[in-house]
Design a protein. Structure first.
Length: 512
């Protein structure tokens, strides 16, 4: 259909009902099949063909209407369009009809008869080239319009997703404030922790897509048992599966399937697919994950009994910010980037992923193919490092952040982990307290007004005896360029806000 439309839009319409002009023009321009001409006998025909699509209009002077109808047709063009109009005039002085055409028809070129074939062909081809540039402008405007629409939909979805976890956090804080409780009940802080983790995951997913798109992610490969990876993914998704009361079926072969992969990234692939299945399956449905060997590949299938995928939507399900059921309430949960991550991460592992569905209401399947590792390849087992909740023998640390809530809450966590903490809220105050408090490490916010974190770090490093001091950057920026910048400023470590307890434990353990 698009090809037919393109052919229609490259036609020359010829309105020359008197004499032999139309026939002559058509004969001259059709030599070699260079220009497709359509002869129109009246304005009604011109109007119809303009609606279908045309590149230019060639009209004889005596065929120009005196009632302004042709001008009205041309004025109805969309903003991007400036239809070229070629007028074959009578020889001699300009007539009032030609003058009116010049003033009302816009993009007009006059060709005085008798006109040479080469002059006519040149004028027509110039008009067609000008029209082609207009089509390029239209395509650009349409792309921008589509991009703007997808951007607006994404921002609306992002706002929705961020408000969802923020609402219960605010409600819980209000409940604690009204109840006057000195300590929050366990279920309250567990809920708040889940919702904050959800916000962090949203932001992390956005950054993951950006980093993968720019080729900034490196896989930490080792030889893994695929069953272990699938087990980790299932455990990650299990709370969602159980909350929806779904039946989960896991089918693994008796033989071990080994893959050369990044365990965390591969688990992320299957967890995203399971979460997607949960989202688009009504409560009480069935979800399955199965693995099998196919020659030199492992084939993993994640299936569900959910709402399915329309055939026309299948090619786009892995595209950025695309959600196949945008009007379904379930599509509003998530940013539409989970499947984009899946495709990118699987491709980085040398595999492929495809979606299958028998249609709306008939469930869906996502099939991942990964190359198997050699059976004799050395296997590097993953090890878990469980840090203690409280680390003894910690030295003094300082927290510097102009956001009082952020500084005080971080200090509270560090104290509970065993550190002695001093809080300051600007760079100069930190410098003033440095000699008296004598910390071994400083958690330093970067975006402070006045003396920012970079300047404060340089001031600290310039002091005698500060070379052994550990400087830890606290920031919302986590790109590689940001890490290089903090390293150049003298920081030892770079933590992205909000840092989780495990990360803080690891930092403190290295200081103990």
């Amino acid at each position: 259909m698009s090809g037919d439309r393109s052919a229609l839009e490259r036609r020359l319409l010829v309105l020359a009902p008197v004499g032999k002009d139309a026939t002559l023009v058509e004969t001259m321009l059709r030599k070699g099949g260079a220009v497709a001409c359509i002869a129109c006998q009246d304005l009604d025909c011109v109007s119809l063909e303009l609606e279908r699509g045309a590149a230019a209009l060639l009209v004889a002077e005596e065929a120009l209407p005196r009632d302004g109808r042709l001008a009205e047709m041309i004025q109805r063009q969309p903003p991007w369009s400036d239809l070229p109009v070629l007028v074959l005039t009578r020889p001699g002085a300009d007539s009032s009809t030609v003058a009116r055409a010049l003033s009302t028809l816009g993009n007009v070129t006059l060709l005085e008869r008798p006109v040479r074939v080469t002059a006519l062909a040149s004028a027509v081809h110039s008009a067609l080239r000008a029209r082609e540039r207009q089509y390029q402008t239209r395509a650009h405007l349409q792309e921008r319009e589509q991009a703007d629409r997808r951007k607006d939909e994404f921002l609306a979805t992002l706002a929705h997703e961020l408000r969802n976890p923020l609402a219960p956090i605010r409600n819980s804080l209000s409940l604690l404030r009204l109840s006057g409780a000195s300590e929050p009940p366990r279920q309250v802080w567990e809920m708040m922790d889940r919702q904050v983790e959800h916000i962090v995951r949203l932001v992390d997913d956005l950054m993951e897509v950006s980093r993968i798109t720019r080729g900034k992610i490196e896989l930490r490969r080792s030889i893994l048992d695929l069953a272990d990876v699938i087990g980790a993914a299932v455990e990650t998704s299990r709370p969602l599966i159980e909350a929806a009361h779904h039946q989960l079926n896991i089918a693994l072969p008796p033989e071990r399937l080994y893959v050369d992969a990044d365990s965390m990234r591969l688990a992320q692939v299957f967890s995203n697919l399971l979460n997607n299945a949960v989202r688009y399956t009504d409560p009480g449905g069935r979800i399955g994950i199965a693995a099998q060997r196919d020659d030199g590949n492992a084939v993993i299938t994640v299936s569900d009994t959910g709402i399915g995928i329309a055939p026309e939507a299948l090619p786009q399900v892995f595209d950025m910010f695309v959600q196949g059921h945008a009007r379904d309430s379930r599509a509003q949960s998530g940013l539409g980037i989970g499947l984009t991550l899946v495709r990118s991460l699987v491709a980085m592992h040398g595999g492929s992923v495809r979606a299958r569905s028998a249609g709306p209401g008939r469930g869906s399947e996502f099939v991942v193919r990964l190359p198997l590792a050699r059976p004799d390849a050395p296997r590097v087992p993953a090890s878990a490092h469980d840090l203690p909740k409280r680390i003894s023998g910690l030295p003094r640390v300082m927290v510097v952040d102009d956001n009082h809530d952020a500084a005080d809450s971080l200090a509270a966590v560090l104290k509970m982990l065993g550190a002695e903490v001093r809080v300051t809220h600007d760079g100069q105050a930190a410098l003033d307290a440095l000699d008296a408090f004598r910390p071994v490490a400083v958690f330093l916010d970067l975006g402070m007004p006045g003396m920012d974190g970079y300047q404060t770090a340089r001031q600290i490093r310039s002091r005698d005896g500060a070379r052994a001091l550990t400087l830890i950057a606290l920031t919302g920026w986590g790109q590689d360029s940001d890490r290089r910048q903090t390293e150049a400023a003298g920081f030892n470590q770079h933590l992205v806000k909000p840092a989780d307890v495990a990360t803080l434990q690891a930092v403190l353990a290295s200081l103990a």
